[in-house]
Design a protein around this ligand. Structure first.
Ligand code: 5GP
Ligand code: ZN
Length: 112
């Protein structure tokens, strides 16, 4: 399987690592959309949020535990946004589940 985020999680493809544990990997987005823009992914290959089941959902809890810690460590006490684009019409370009952790500026709502 040719998955760029699997390669990053394994360390085969270089990235700026922010956090790692047995099941979760986090790294800086290569094309940041805010002063802090970190991607948090399961090490296991899950295509998107549409593929989360009772069999694999525990890693999502681990991801959000990591997100809270990463946001704290990044000093995002004023707030931050977590986004997961799912599918083509939502703009998902990498078909390995990932959560964007965005911070360091104000965000509008609703998103575009
Ligand atoms: P999506 O568009 O699927 O929601 O998000 C994919 C994100 O992955 C984009 O923000 C894009 O900048 C980022 N990205 C794509 N390829 C790479 C890469 O090789 N390294 C890093 N660090 N980020 C990447
Ligand atoms: Zn993958």
């Amino acid at each position: 399987m040719d998955c760029i985020f699997c390669g990053i999680a394994k360390g085969d493809i270089p990235s700026k690592k922010v956090y790692e544990d047995d099941n979760v990997f986090a790294f800086y987005d290569i094309s940041p959309q805010s002063p802090v823009h970190i991607l948090i992914i399961p090490k296991a290959h899950i295509v998107s949020a549409a593929e989360i089941t009772s069999e694999n959902s525990s890693v999502v809890a681990r991801i959000f535990e990591a997100a809270a810690k990463i946001a704290r460590d990044a000093g995002l006490s004023e707030g931050f946004r977590i986004v997961s684009n799912c599918g083509d019409s939502a703009g998902q370009t990498v078909k390995h589940l990932h959560f964007h952790l965005l911070g360091g500026r104000d965000f509008t709502w609703p998103p575009g």
